[in-house]
Design a protein around this ligand. Sequence first.
Ligand code: FPP
Length: 247
Amino acid sequence: MELKDQINNERLPKHIAIIMDGNGRWAKEHGKQRILGHQRGVQSVREVCEACAELGVEYLTLYAFSTENWNRPLAEVTGLMTLFAQTIKKEMDTFFKNDIRLNAIGDLERLPESNYKMLKETIDATKDNKRMTLTLALSYSGRWDLMQASRRMAADAAAGIIKPEDITQDTIDNYLSTAGIPDPELLIRTSGEERISNFLLWQLAYSEFYFTPKYWPDFQKADLYEAILNYQRRERRFGKTSEQVTK
Ligand code: FPP
């Protein structure tokens, strides 16, 4: 049976988050410049988006550029910003054909003005698409997210809009940039690194982690199916005993 057909649609993760890693090493191993690795990475983004939409995954979140990535050489940062802009523009038809809503999280105001404007316009144009929400984490870090949420909560508390004693975990969820999006059940990281790298720190509390040695540009639909099948073989206990969850 094909890998895709082995997937149990009843136990599909609603939300998959991916740390797309290894573009630079892929480029180096192929004797190419780093930016070519990122360009090849776009093909994997397309494959994975299509596969998730076809399967019925409702939310896909991709770590495209971290707060720390601003410290890379200027030429790479500029190259990546150009690539993001070109890709989003080029994929506009794909978003509509596949009924995908584009979303972005992160300190977006740090992006070049033209990127920021184009991103906002695409987010607005696709806001009524229903099949899947594709969230790009751009200029994002989990600590930045917790900081911006804390600042806004403190400001609202000072203004009397919320009471400190009424703050619950749901309140925090609602102040994070991912408000309204369920926590990812599955986190995938490519390239053999096994770290969280300041991604969705709060939201990944109960996620299953899947690590693959493949570099991101080599990650194809079949690799996504493997990750989902691996996830489906696991027992998610949320702190309970095995007997409690299998009852
Ligand atoms: C990590 O690999 C990858 C990035 C920092 C950029 C990811 C961006 C893309 C795949 C382009 C996607 C485009 C859109 C529109 C989402 P790395 O450079 O850290 O690789 P290395 O660890 O091997 O050096």
